[in-house]
Design a protein around this ligand. Structure first.
Ligand code: SF4
Ligand code: SF4
Length: 481
């Protein structure tokens, strides 16, 4: 793609209608004749032109960028090569259906949307967002493939289909169903699919028993709510032990489906289904704004979900003022607790854990937002706890990437690059990982049950506490037996 000659104006693709808002890049290259801005694509093209070609994304000494280059050693699978392919598309070098051209599709194929480049590329190239736009453009002409549509819809299916847990369990047990799933949907037969917990998080636990104290809002993501509700309970216990009055975020009464749990829209974004992502985000924003206006911190547990409120929401065409206010107040639980500690407001009594050694794997998005400092600080509050951070890039699961048949093998290679060897080298350590996908990958590759940081904090509480002394029965259940 480096060698393709410049097109004439007549060969350029028609001006595209961007699915995401790229106006933040409108000043890129202004007045610079050598900025290398593609001929079409408007502000999206300016975001592509951020790349200055120094190929730092083709090195692998430290950091996260770029996992696909790290494991293939092939410059064609680096951020830079993806930029060249996007430039070629916008310059008319890939024909009149550029976003479906195999050269662009292949260049983007192994990008796991880790946001490593957004943080580590000297110019902050945001390939994760660029890929969403490219997928949205492709979807607009060719529709959304069945597998991607199914995965994007999962948060809704988990709410609306009580038999889904049973179906997933059967699929995991029956080899013929695994093979059928691979043939029909492209889901790797070799993968164990996550199974929802017997009971999803009970909103009955959301009723706070702490009557005073600072009010905080716990925003539960789909994965915590349906697959690991015990992590949500751990967060409730820790926050309450620290004296906060916890409100679990719920859709407002005016919502057209108030019983359906809130969702950040991340799965839709990953599939390039930006209109649906926008609708989910708008619903979430409506539900959270009263809390934001009341000055309550919005606390999340799953990095990719919570951090999308601070990142992709800015490109979804939502009310800019509201999005900025939400972004300011939305925090991962470690960021919140570490900030409270720095402000000398944190009242968390933790016991010494002299025999415990924790190995912490940061989620890529957590690292892209500089969140590991807060994790380290917080774990440092547990007396005598030995804390070790894994120096690794993406775990390779990356949402649904590792479950996709054609990506299963490279997904495991990404995990074997540094993460799994580090886990195996510390057999006595408790492995901590905030990302649900990361925990699944660690289980699949090393046979170890990783835990969320907040679960370790619950264990470290000086006075063990229950999520609720008188918890009523769960409100949502999924048939899994
Ligand atoms: S993507 Fe970033 S790191 Fe890679 S060549 Fe371009 S500017 Fe350099
Ligand atoms: S988002 Fe991650 S995988 Fe994709 S280009 Fe950037 S560093 Fe590479």
């Amino acid at each position: 793609m480096n060698t393709v000659s410049r097109p004439s104006a007549a060969e350029l693709p028609p001006e595209m209608h961007s699915a995401l808002d790229w106006s933040a890049y409108s000043q890129v290259g202004l007045g610079d004749a050598y900025a290398g801005i593609p001929k079409s694509g408007g502000d999206f093209a300016r975001a592509v032109a951020l790349c200055m070609g120094n190929r730092a994304c083709q090195r692998k000494e430290r950091g996260v960028m770029c996992p696909s280059f790290r494991v293939t050693d092939d410059p064609e699978h680096s951020t830079h090569a993806r930029i060249l392919a996007l430039k070629a598309a916008l310059n008319g070098e890939l024909g009149d259906d550029p976003f479906n051209d195999p050269r662009l599709v292949q260049a983007l194929d192994l990008c796991v949307s880790c946001k490593g480049c957004k943080r580590e590329c000297p110019n902050g190239v945001d390939m994760s967002a660029l890929k969403i736009e490219a997928q949205a453009q492709r979807n607009a002409r060719h529709g959304v493939p069945l597998r991607e549509r199914l995965i994007a819809t999962l948060p809704r299916l988990l709410h609306g289909l009580p038999g889904l847990g049973m179906a997933l369990r059967l699929r995991n047990r029956m080899p013929w169903m695994r093979s059928l799933g691979e043939r029909l949907f492209g889901i790797a037969a070799a993968r164990e699919l996550p199974q929802p917990a017997a009971h999803a998080f009970s909103d009955a636990l959301a009723v706070s028993e702490v009557q005073d104290g600072r009010e905080v809002v716990l925003l539960l993501d789909t994965w915590t709510r349906y697959f690991e509700p015990e992590v949500a309970e751990d967060a409730l216990v820790v926050l309450r032990a620290a004296g906060y009055r916890v409100i679990v975020a719920q859709a407002g009464e005016a919502d057209h489906d108030p019983a359906r749990p809130l969702c950040c829209g991340r799965t839709w974004l990953a599939a390039g289904m930006t209109a649906q992502a926008q609708a989910e985000a708008a619903r979430l924003l409506t539900a959270l704004m009263p809390h934001v206006e009341a000055g309550r911190p919005i606390i999340g547990l799953e990095p990719s979900c919570l951090l999308s409120l601070k990142d992709e929401y800015r490109q979804l065409g939502l009310d800019k003022v509201q999005v900025e206010r939400l972004a300011k107040q939305a925090q991962l639980i470690e960021d919140f607790l570490a900030a409270e500690h720095a402000a000398k407001r944190l009242k968390l009594e933790l016991r010494a854990m002299p025999d415990a050694h924790v190995l912490v794997h940061g989620h890529c998005h957590q690292k892209a937002f500089g969140g590991m400092k807060a994790v380290r600080k917080l774990l440092g509050l547990v007396p005598q706890l030995r804390v070790e951070l894994v120096e690794a890039s993406c775990c390779g699961m990356a949402g649904s990437f590792g479950y996709e048949a054609e990506h299963h093998e490279i997904s495991m290679r990404m995990a074997e690059d540094a993460l799994l060897p580090a886990v195996r080298a510390a057999p006595e350590a408790m492995v901590l990982a905030d990302g649900y996908s990361c925990r699944q990958q660690i289980k699949a590759g090393a046979g170890r049950e990783a835990r969320h940081v907040v679960s370790l904090l619950r264990e470290a509480l000086a006075a063990p506490q229950a999520a609720s002394e008188s918890a009523p029965p769960t409100t949502e259940s999924l048939s899994t037996s």
